[in-house]
Design a protein around this ligand. Structure first.
Ligand code: AP5
Length: 229
């Protein structure tokens, strides 16, 4: 975490958008191009749940129901991660912040270097199709989609051959709850960030590579430089 006044080139990139908007897909692509670490609070919480930690036991039922985990639990979990990133020039954040309260906490950690915020817009029905069709590799965490981006061999990762899995909260009923939680608790955060200068919106309905290239152009304009691909 950058101390106040230190590392003036430090940049945090925050991805906002409803479940299924492509935040995880773009986070991995962009962190690679920027050469910085990334955080996925969803992955982190699922890891706690699978290991049965104290935090995982508190979060389990909340995540399964498609609701948001309380701010104090998420803030302290992410705070520990931030402290471990003191040597990096920036970070990409997927799934944090998700409430105005979490955004205020992030502001305190970042000091003078406010985040660059990207908001993805995607149609509701497209979100449902993306989430019901999503499959992930438990080893390398690559994301696939049985309808939109299938692996070469049905059910197995192209990269390491591991059997792909489906998230329990990608059940259609829970997806609708997650989308409702987004409207209630995260939509106000979009308006909070919209008032700021480093806020950008991206049409997330485009193909993933087009979105990544557009993100790089936006970030270069905001003085965050992507490596050429
Ligand atoms: P989290 O894991 O963050 O889930 P989410 O926000 O619901 O977002 P998703 O991961 O479902 O979607 P995504 O936007 O990353 O889309 P993806 O790239 O995978 O959170 C899970 C839960 O943890 C929450 O419900 C909550 O309980 C808890 N939680 C997490 N953070 C929290 C916080 N800060 N505070 C409180 N609680 C918190 O893509 C989806 C699919 O679409 C994939 O199959 C992909 O291949 C496909 N796809 C992606 N982009 C495109 C494209 N451009 N075109 C076509 N298909 C695409």
């Amino acid at each position: 975490m950058p101390a106040q006044g230190a590392k003036s080139c430090y940049r945090a990139v925050v991805f906002l958008g409803p479940p299924g908007a492509g935040k995880g897909t773009q986070t991995r692509a962009l962190a690679e191009r920027l050469g910085v670490p990334y955080l996925s609070t969803g992955d982190m919480l699922r890891d706690h749940i699978s290991r049965g930690t104290a935090l995982g036991r508190q979060a389990d039922a909340v995540v399964a129901a498609g609701e948001l985990v309380p701010d104090e639990l998420v803030n302290s979990m992410v705070g520990v991660w931030f402290k471990q990133q003191s040597d990096s020039n920036g970070v990409v954040l997927d799934g944090f912040p998700r409430t105005v309260n979490q955004a205020r906490e992030l502001d305190q950690w970042l000091g003078n270097n406010g985040p660059v915020v990207i908001n993805f817009r995607v149609e509701y029905n497209e979100l449902i199709q993306r989430l019901t069709g999503r499959r992930s590799c438990p080893q390398c965490r690559r994301i696939y989609n049985v309808y939109l981006k299938p692996p070469a061999r049905d059910g197995f990762c192209d990269c390491d051959g591991a059997r792909l899995t489906q998230r329990p909260d990608d059940d259609e009923q829970v997806i609708r709850e997650r989308l409702a939680a987004y409207e209630r608790q995260t939509r106000p955060l979009v308006e909070f960030y919209r008032q700021r200068t480093k806020f950008f919106e991206v049409d997330g309905n485009q193909p993933p590579e087009t979105v990544t290239n557009q993100l790089c152009r936006i970030l270069e304009g905001a003085d965050v430089v992507c490596n050429q691909q």
